[in-house]
Design a protein around this ligand. Structure first.
Ligand SMILES: Nc1ncnc2c1ncn2[C@@H]1O[C@H](COP(=O)(O)OP(=O)(O)OP(=O)(O)O)[C@@H](O)[C@H]1O
Ligand SMILES: [Mg+2]
Length: 325
């Protein structure tokens, strides 16, 4: 059984198809990323999986439970960390977690044990009795993650877990996500705009654009594209002629050569240059980044898009928390 299985899962808002028929299978224990720009359909996809939105078509199973016919079983088996401010900042970390445990009907002994475990996991034990008003943004996010884990979910959904955090805090959150995946065996589904985040955390990444998955693979495989040699010389015209058999392209005063065998091509360029007595001012091999792959697949950069859509989901999350009570 997969942790998540969708079959032709679709969501339309009126004339807009936010998620085109989607088939994904997420293995148990995997960290699976949905990477895409604003409006790609990431939050809509996971909102359907966590039963906050009902699909317009298709089916989805989470932990073997159908999101449409068994929503309560789905919710009991998952943890959700969405962008929201539903944490009470007049209460301490301990009190917030205790409240969450009560919502899930956890008995006192179990609650106490679990609060200690999850606080330890996200490194907040030393601050457990401080009210959240005194916490930084990164600490709040860690507490939200801890809260999502309280009831031992098999699958944890994280919508943009590090949005708006500074690079150092982001690194910390990454460490905790890795740790909980490893120590607790939790399957993690996360959405992100950040290439480095997807690259660092995810076993597999689905690149989403305009409601469609345009690529799905391990970060390593996604980046296994041809490398590019960058070559420059004072005699650029002659060099370009000399390298003509290697399909060179001229760009910004340089010559670019795509190659699946960078080392071999490098040797070849050096030997041609030597033979023709053309001094090189630069020679460099550039491997593609996930950003390059994204541009190649979608024709635009991930940072092109404008403002986010996450505000609406604060409302969804409130509704969800309401329903849980
Ligand atoms: N409740 C809604 N009503 C109408 N349109 C919606 C609704 N929710 C989402 N959309 C639209 O669906 C598309 C996908 O939105 P979604 O929030 O899933 O994108 P996203 O990938 O999560 O983006 P972001 O990175 O900004 O969070 C967008 O065009 C959005 O405007
Ligand atoms: Mg979103």
């Amino acid at each position: 059984m997969h942790a998540i299985e969708t079959h032709q899962l679709t969501k339309a808002f009126g004339a807009l198809t936010a998620v085109h028929p989607l088939d994904i299978h997420v293995k148990k224990g995997e960290v699976f990323g949905l990477l895409g720009p604003n409006g790609a359909g990431k939050t809509t996809t996971i909102s359907m999986l966590v039963t906050l939105l009902s699909p317009s078509g298709g089916t989805a199973k989470v932990n073997g439970f159908d999101v449409q016919t068994q929503p309560d079983l789905v919710r009991q088996s998952i943890g959700i960390v969405f962008q929201d401010e539903s944490i009470d900042d007049e209460l301490t970390a301990w009190e917030n977690l205790d409240m969450h445990g009560r919502l899930y009907g956890m008995p006192w002994e179990l609650r106490k044990k679990r609060i200690e475990e999850v606080l330890k996991l996200v490194g907040l034990q030393p601050r457990q009795d401080d009210v959240l008003k005194t916490y930084s943004g990164g600490m709040i996010r860690r507490l939200e993650i801890a809260r999502g884990l309280m009831h031992h979910p098999n699958v944890l959904f994280l919508d943009e877990p590090t949005l708006g955090l500074d690079p150092q805090t982001r690194r910390h959150i990454w460490t905790y996500i890795r740790k909980l995946n490893r120590d607790e065996g939790v399957t993690v589904i996360l959405t992100t705009h950040y290439m480095e985040e997807a690259d660092f955390l995810c076993d597999r990444i689905a690149i989403m654009d305009q409601g469609k998955i345009v690529a799905l693979d391990t970060p390593k495989k996604l980046k296994e594209r041809d490398a590019t040699l960058h070559v420059a010389s004072g005699k650029i015209d002659e060099l370009y002629q000399a390298l003509s058999a290697m399909n060179p392209v001229r760009q910004n005063g340089k010559i670019l050569i795509e190659t699946s065998q960078p080392q071999r091509s490098l040797k070849r360029v050096l030997s041609i240059a030597e033979k023709r007595k053309l001094a090189l001012t630069e020679i460099d091999v550039k491997k593609p980044t996930l950003e390059d792959i994204f541009v190649e697949l979608t024709g635009h950069s991930i940072r092109d898009e404008k403002a986010g859509t996450s505000d609406r989901f604060k409302a969804y999350n409130r509704a969800m928390t309401g329903r849980r009570k």
